[in-house]
Write a protein that binds this ligand. Structure first.
Ligand code: HEM
Length: 235
């Protein structure tokens, strides 16, 4: 019964919250739909935490996505032992990179007085949840070895059963508490995401790839404004 609530019902509650609250916030409080940067209060420690965290988590996110979209190809890749080791070692490296970045970001929030002032209790909840998630993922990879192989027979059918609205909780029930913690952690993060500054993940600034960093809008004739006498008047 407990497993049914955690792995059969909670995923739908989480996705419903994610969609409804995100859309509500996006349309009604759009200017707060952001990571609420604190870079102008402190930037050096932010850099050393944020860069490894984002590189690590982005690669892991893509890795998880590819793993769930192409399980057959991953199995084929892993059929040669050295390739399995390369895949696991790469995932572990980026996982550790994310962990180091996250620990530095937590330290920054706890130690800088100016950052502490702008830190809400929800920020602390998010950081703790992310820490649990990364540590449980790394522990799964180290203790319940070769997850990139066994996930195909267990977690892929579970995620598919959830997506097809017929959750097969038995696939999860028999797994270790470590794996259960990792899957439950992801469900909680998805549900809590729209209430936190993590929502910025839903609106990555991809348009910056094709538009200039800054849009300079001229309200006057550019040549006239450069004439010294005109400048004086403008000031
Ligand atoms: C917020 C979402 C998630 C985050 C931040 C996250 C993070 C991580 C991290 C840091 C690792 C260790 C990297 C490695 O060495 O493989 C990992 C491994 C793993 N994760 Fe996740 N994860 C998330 C969601 C999920 C979900 C939803 C599932 C499955 C339903 C999952 C299944 C796994 C498995 C099976 C491994 C072990 C892979 C291996 O042994 O190489 N993760 N995760």
């Amino acid at each position: 019964m407990k497993d049914y609530l955690l792995f059969g019902v909670a995923p739908y509650v989480a996705v419903t919250l994610l969609l409804s609250v995100s859309l509500w916030r996006f349309f009604f409080t759009r200017y707060k739909f952001s990571s609420l940067s604190s870079e102008f209060l402190e930037s050096k420690d932010l850099f050393w935490g944020s860069v490894p965290w984002h590189y690590g988590i982005l690669v892991l996110f893509l890795g998880h996505l590819i793993g769930f979209l192409f399980p057959r190809e991953v199995t084929l890749w892993n059929s040669i032992p050295i390739r399995l080791i390369i895949l696991e070692a790469t995932a572990l490296t980026f996982g550790l990179l994310a962990l180091v970045g996250l620990v530095l970001l937590i330290k920054r929030r706890m130690t800088h007085p100016r950052i502490r002032v702008v830190t809400s209790w929800m920020d602390i909840v998010v950081l703790v949840l992310l820490l649990i998630q990364v540590v449980s993922g790394l522990s799964t990879a180290i203790i319940d070895r070769w997850g990139s192989s066994w996930y195909v027979a267990t977690l892929v059918p579970y995620v598919r059963s959830v997506l097809s609205l017929a959750p097969n909780v038995e696939l999860i029930s028999g797994m270790s508490w470590l794996v259960k913690t990792h899957v439950l952690g992801a469900i909680v993060i998805i549900g809590i995401l729209p209430f936190t500054r993590l929502v910025h993940f839903l609106v990555p600034p991809v348009s910056y790839l094709w538009r200039p960093y800054q849009l300079v809008i001229w309200n006057w004739d550019r040549r006239t404004i450069r004439v010294p006498s005109t400048k004086k008047k403008a000031h």
